[in-house]
Design a protein around this ligand. Structure first.
Ligand code: PRP
Ligand code: URA
Length: 212
């Protein structure tokens, strides 16, 4: 049996500072969106700690040298609509030539089960390492279903990036997808009775897009 992986949690104090701002209900859409992007960039750096680099000869203004470069064609980002798209700019800053797939899911507010409405992947998705993006890992239903769909498409290397994770969602991914590493800026206390993360930051999609 595969060993369950513990999530990687960002520990930089500036991340805690940024989280403090987006948790505050007084923070407006513009600042909220900018910080989601910024934290996504840091999560992406962390997720690519194990990236394999390829040697290449280049010429600096001082002469020839061997450098190490990332093959960006090995990667794809998959934001879960809608809130996951809020993290996209932040990760594209790091790997601008990665391809992008989209999964459309919303949670049925009564059952809390994800409902799929869109799925579009790059043709060669099975050859890429896929980094799934969603700011909130709550019950874990949306993340787990997305990972299942990607595996059905032949993807073998998947990572999941979120801003805030609930223990319940982490446990679900550990059990259903023990091969998937979670990267998060925070593990919060719990879910409330309507499936929201506490203390969390509220509804990420509504706060990114200003829809409430
Ligand atoms: C939110 C969030 C995740 C999901 C997390 O999406 O962005 O996709 O809930 O919950 P889960 O872990 O319990 O599945 P939501 O359904 O609010 O849709 P939205 O992104 O379109 O606002
Ligand atoms: N989705 C959100 O946007 N926020 C939560 O706290 C839980 C699910």
């Amino acid at each position: 049996m595969q060993k369950k992986m513990e999530p990687v949690v960002l520990t930089n104090p500036l991340i805690k500072h940024k989280l403090a701002i987006i948790r505050d209900k007084k923070t407006g859409t513009k600042e909220f969106r900018e910080i989601i992007g910024e934290i996504a960039t840091f999560l992406c750096y962390e997720a690519l700690q194990d990236a394999r680099l390829e040697k290449q000869e280049i010429e600096t203004p001082m002469g020839k040298t061997i450098v190490q470069k990332l093959n960006e064609n090995n990667y794809a980002f998959v934001p879960i609509l809608r809130a996951g798209t809020g993290m996209l700019d932040g990760v594209i800053n790091v790997v601008p030539n990665a391809k992008i797939g989209h999964v459309g899911l919303y949670r049925n507010e009564e059952t809390l089960k994800p409902v799929r409405y869109y799925y579009k992947m790059p043709k060669d998705i099975q050859n890429r390492e896929v980094i799934v993006l969603d700011p909130m890992l709550a019950t874990g239903g949306s993340a787990s279903d997305t990972i299942t769909m990607l595996k059905e498409d032949g993807v073998t290397k998947i990572k999941f990036l979120c801003i805030i994770a609930a223990p319940e969602g982490i446990e679900k991914i550990k059990v259903e997808h023990p091969d998937v590493q979670i990267y998060t800026a925070s593990i919060d206390e719990k879910l409330n009775e309507i499936g929201y993360i506490v203390p969390g930051l509220g509804d990420a999609g509504d706060r990114i897009f200003g829809t409430k």
